[in-house]
Design a protein around this ligand. Structure first.
Ligand code: GRF
Length: 199
């Protein structure tokens, strides 16, 4: 099965997928990695692994719609079964959402619907919750609002800082992402309203 991954930053989630896909039993080939900005470590990681990388910048287009169209066409040219947004810091446009409806997923570093947005771990830490975690969900037009595929909780410990909590969440997030992408590609999945089930 073919997977395109989108990144904006360091790409540690991407690296976990690249590592897993090195084993053919995992059943996933990362066919391309795209970024919304040049110079990401994520695209560098892809190229090191022999996977083609591409950059599609909003600023290179007259309108956001044109960017959405170009990004969609580039992704589509790799004929993916699944699009994984892994730390991609742009909201998907309408065309992309439509072209890959139910086949584009995003990973977020909080237990949604709590703490959407850019600062999940910090917001969780400051709120005083005792459980934090990561959520994998199907992309929809909102910010971190789509149907939930899986969640993993981690404890917030008394001696945590935002940094140590963030690291614990990211570890759990990577494991969850690798497991779920593998299952989705091997077993398939069904979206019924807000509910997502494997198989
Ligand atoms: C992830 O924790 C994701 O939830 C958040 O940004 C982080 C991306 O990390 N939106 P990386 O680029 O995969 O290392």
């Amino acid at each position: 099965k073919r997977v395109v991954v989108l990144v904006s930053g360091s790409g540690s989630n991407l690296q976990a997928l690249l590592d897993a896909s090195a084993d053919s039993a995992y059943g996933v080939e990362i066919v391309a990695v795209g970024a919304d900005r040049p110079g990401t470590y994520g695209v560098e990681r892809a190229e090191k692994a022999g996977v083609p990388g591409f950059v599609c910048r909003v600023g290179d287009y007259e309108t956001r719609e044109e960017w959405d169209e170009a990004l969609t066409d580039t992704i589509a040219s790799y004929e993916p079964d699944l699009v994984v947004s892994a730390g991609f810091l742009k909201l998907f446009g309408q065309r992309l959402l439509k072209a890959f409806e139910g086949r584009a997923v995003n990973t977020h570093n909080s237990l949604l619907p709590a703490f959407p947005g850019m600062h999940g771990p910090r917001d969780a830490f400051n709120s005083g919750v005792k459980l934090a975690g990561a959520t994998l969900f199907i992309c929809d037009p909102g910010v971190d609002t789509g149907p939930i595929i899986a969640q993993t909780a981690v404890p917030v410990l008394d001696d945590d800082t935002v940094e140590t909590l963030t690291e614990r969440i990211k570890e759990a997030e990577r494991v969850q992402l690798v497991e779920c992408v593998g299952r989705m590609m091997r077993e398939g999945w069904t979206v019924t309203g807000r509910r997502v089930t494997f198989g």
